[in-house]
Design a protein around this ligand. Structure first.
Ligand code: ADP
Ligand code: ZN
Ligand code: ZN
Length: 707
């Protein structure tokens, strides 16, 4: 008998499974299982002259060993994953140009590797194969209900939008369920629904009903939510409906807690899995539905290796397991919309809030006009007045400072002009040390103009405001009105996030000031005003998605206002009031943004009209980084598969240095659907070893940003 084994060594050089002989003498009896070796079992095998851990990905009962085939030394009948999971891992390895062991590693429960390492050491010293006992711990729900408003009762009547959405999901489920278990290799099964529902339109109720349906038929569901919205409120709503049938997976669980959730899913004890992106790899059986809530959210992209996107993997996974995929959000990604327009996905809209509540009016304040009138405060007069009103009525306000520390750009205070790269359509980054402007995509370098090229103003200056400065100015304006600041500095401790929110909730009247963190999922009915200090930071990120992100963010923050009895109001301050993302969010009219954005992207061959792959080379030595990046770019340019693609760079990354590492990147820009994975993998494995031992190349297929 032969078995194919993926070695637990995440290196690009060992990217394929190795075949070993499985000696019949090793077979063990295990309760509830035939005495057989299965996909998902763990083995100890020899590689060179040492022993390593490996995972069984295929079994050939009739295979005959030749003289070179080595035997499996020991095995643990763990059944960690099934054949379909292996198929998904293989697809990921190829698509994302990542070692197979790394992709497969996603399916392996945390904490197991430590136990396996111990087992290997024990085997090497005693020759005995024994897996140390696992630490089981039931998850504590103590924190889960804290602060959660009592879960809303199951509504008797659905809105017409909800009825329509549910009908679409049911129709998809009806067909998906009838797809035969074994899907022919060539079959492309698409059962994806984009649910575009404005904030407060009752999307969660739609998910809950669809899952109820499914549970009745004995099927399971995976519900993905952005890590940040995996709050007691969210989980509480699901627990209220499904009780102990849910399993929750999030990063704050201890290893033991996580493992016991994993076991509950594997044994079928839990049929509904709620979690962040990695919940996709939970060992669910009989999967019927995957829901990705807030589909556009950036946390669905894994920022470590393998750099997968949960939407992409979910689509493949749903196809393989005959399940339906629902992508719900108020602001679908350009990718999802494009697929909907081209007919791959079904699009359902819920344009109205439950109970007919209106989306809040959005007022745009032009900061160049404020500047012209001599107002140097971060608060425009309109925002000051609106805040004063909230205070007078003893209500609450949310102030949002859109900020990412490293994005350095120049902005004209008088007309709002920001220098851009003409060929890449992204903002140029300002380098104070050299006083130059640089495009981090094509590497073009420009001098800093002495005055604004648009209006001749001398106020072309580096842009940036911190939350602290806003807090200080706020306190000067409203000396005894409480303000809770929530940003990276105030949320370093484990529970700080929840504590600050509780603190704000308990206030009779006050203001919550924060960064991205306050934009999502928060539901405070007392909030009647949302103020965006400047929309410009996201607008001017050196990234082609900056407009899309701004639109999504503004629409999300606006959704925080007026969720209670009082109508809300939103004020957006910006130096660029005419930008389509700002105007579309203000009008709550996505088409105003998308129509032009689509043309623009198509013209520049950006996703979804083109494909991108970003390779980042990093090392401590600057010269080694650059010369290796050049070699890599050259090798890529020689590939025939990439002949039609543009190979841009190498150029320094927008974040040229991080943690003392020098960073250079190469961008492969090709036609939509171009699979660059295999060529990239091949180049990386065949290129001669870099001089610098610490040099790393990270491959980011479908990158979420180009920093
Ligand atoms: P979304 O996820 O689209 O922002 P939610 O699902 O959070 O919206 O719904 C907003 C509010 O409306 C929630 O408090 C929810 O309990 C309530 N709700 C949802 N559907 C209905 C309905 N059909 N009738 C009454 N209330 C509903
Ligand atoms: Zn100007
Ligand atoms: Zn450029």
């Amino acid at each position: 008998m032969l078995v194919d084994i993926v070695l637990d060594i995440p290196t690009r050089a060992l990217n394929t499974p190795f075949t070993y002989e499985f000696p019949p003498t090793l077979l063990k009896e295990k309760e509830g299982r035939s005495e057989y070796v299965h996909t998902g079992d763990v083995a100890i095998v020899e590689l060179g002259n040492r022993n390593v851990i490996g995972y069984v990905v295929g079994v050939d009962p009739d295979g005959m060993p030749d003289e070179k085939t080595k035997p499996v030394l020991a095995y643990f009948p763990e059944s960690l994953f099934d054949d379909t999971s292996v198929k998904i891992a293989r697809w990921m390895a190829q698509h994302y140009a990542t070692p197979l062991s790394e992709a497969l590693g996603l399916f392996i429960p945390v904490g197991l590797s430590a136990r396996l390492k111990k087992a290997l050491t024990a085997y090497n010293t005693t020759g005995e194969a024994k897996l140390p006992a696992r630490r089981r711990r039931s998850p504590s729900h103590e924190n889960e209900y804290a602060g959660a408003s009592a879960a809303a009762p199951r509504p008797k009547h659905l809105t017409s939008g909800q009825v329509e959405a549910l009908a679409a999901i049911r129709a998809a489920l009806a067909t998906a369920v009838s797809i035969p278990k074994v899907i022919p290799e060539s079959a492309e099964i698409r059962n994806t629904i984009v649910l575009e529902g404005v904030t407060g339109s009752g999307k969660t109720e739609v998910y809950l009903r669809a899952i109820e349906d499914l549970a009745k038929r004995g099927k399971t569901a995976i519900m993905l939510v952005p890590e940040i919205s995996l709050t007691p409120q969210t989980v509480g709503r699901f627990r209220a409906r499904f009780g102990d049938r849910i399993a929750v997976l999030h990063s704050r669980l201890s290893e033991g807690e996580r493992y016991s959730q994993w076991e509950r899913i594997r044994t079928g004890d839990a049929q509904i899995v709620i979690g962040a992106r990695s919940a996709l790899f939970a060992p669910v059986r009989n999967l019927g539905l995957i829901v990705i809530d807030e589909e556009h959210d950036r946390s669905y992209k894994n920022h470590g290796a393998p750099r997968y996107h949960a939407r992409e993997v979910a689509e493949y996974l749903a196809g393989q397991r005959s399940a339906v995929l629902v992508l719900g959000t108020a602001t679908p990604s350009m990718e999802a919309l494009h697929r909907a327009h081209s007919g791959d996905y079904t699009l359902v809209r819920m344009p109205e809030r439950v109970g007919g509540a209106l989306l809040p009016p959005v007022q745009i304040v032009d900061l160049t006009a404020e500047f012209a009138d001599g107002n140097r405060s971060v608060f425009s007069r309109a925002l000051q007045e609106a805040l004063a009103e909230v205070r007078q009525h003893k209500e609450k306000a949310l102030l949002f400072l859109n900020r990412r520390g490293f994005a350095q750009f120049l902005l004209c205070r008088e007309c709002g002009f920001v220098p851009q790269c003409q060929s890449c359509s992204t903002s140029l980054t300002y380098h104070a040390s050299t006083h130059k402007l640089r495009c981090h995509q094509c590497n073009a370098i420009h001098d800093v103009p002495a005055v604004c090229p648009m209006c001749g103003s001398p106020y072309l200056r580096q842009f940036g405001t911190g939350t602290q400065r806003v807090e200080t100015e706020f306190q000067q304006l409203f000396p005894d009105w409480p303000v809770v600041r929530m940003d990276a500095d105030t949320t370093t401790s484990k529970h700080a996030h929840a504590e600050l929110l509780a603190q704000f909730e308990q206030l009779e009247t006050g203001v919550l000031l924060g960064t991205q963190m306050v934009a999502k999922g928060l539901d405070f009915p007392e909030v009647t005003l949302v103020g965006v200090i400047t929309a410009d930071v996201t607008l001017n990120l050196p990234d082609f998605r900056s407009g899309e992100r701004t639109f999504q963010l503004l629409e999300q923050v606006a959704g925080r206002a007026g969720r209670g009895k009082h109508p809300g109001k939103v004020i957006v301050q910006t130096y660029w009031p005419t930008h389509r993302a700002v105007r579309a969010a203000a009008a709550h009219n996505p088409a105003l943004f998308h129509d032009t954005e689509r043309e623009e992207r198509a013209k520049l061959v950006y996703p979804p009209f083109g494909s991108l792959c970003n390779l980042v080379v990093s090392a401590h030595d600057e010269e080694a980084t650059r010369s290796y990046a050049e070699k890599l770019a050259e090798a890529l340019r020689r590939r025939t598969e990439l002949a039609d693609a543009q190979i841009l760079g190498p150029a320094p990354c927008a974040l040229a240095r991080r943690k003392k590492l020098w960073r250079q990147h190469i961008l492969i820009k090709g036609k939509a659907g171009l699979e660059v994975g295999p060529a990239v993998m091949d180049v990386l494995t065949s290129l001669s070893k870099p001089r610098a031992k610490d040099l790393r190349v990270s491959v980011d297929v479908d990158p979420d940003d180009l920093m």
